[in-house]
Design a protein around this ligand. Structure first.
Ligand SMILES: [Zn+2]
Length: 107
């Protein structure tokens, strides 16, 4: 028997993990694969403006939207030329676009 939480192995006769208090299972479920790989990220916006990035971040943080600015670090190094792409999870694209529209970033 195994604890699904801490992965401790228990002898037969144990039904709860002494450390976690959760019910033991006969087999540990397979490790979820790299979660990031499962998340479909969709580009909703791109910008050259460092100030836009900071602003959008603060708004998305407040809205609880999961986002990722690709190329954000390079934009700091390269003045112009490079731009940052705003990526959000597929299921939050709609919400993200609405917010960007409200903020005037999208038409
Ligand atoms: Zn445990």
């Amino acid at each position: 028997m195994f604890c699904p939480k801490c992965k401790s192995e228990y002898r037969d006769g144990f039904y709860k993990c002494a450390d976690c208090g959760v019910d033991l299972v006969a087999e540990i479920p397979p490790e979820p694969e790299n979660e990031v790989g499962y998340v479909d990220l969709v580009e909703v916006y791109s910008t050259y403006q460092q100030s836009d990035i900071a602003f959008i971040k603060s708004v998305f943080d407040g809205e609880g939207i999961t986002y990722f600015f690709e190329g954000e670090s390079s934009i700091m190094l390269v003045a112009g030329g490079a731009y940052a792409r705003l990526l959000v999870k597929a299921e939050e694209v709609q919400r993200a676009r609405e917010i960007l529209q409200e903020l005037g970033f999208l038409e």
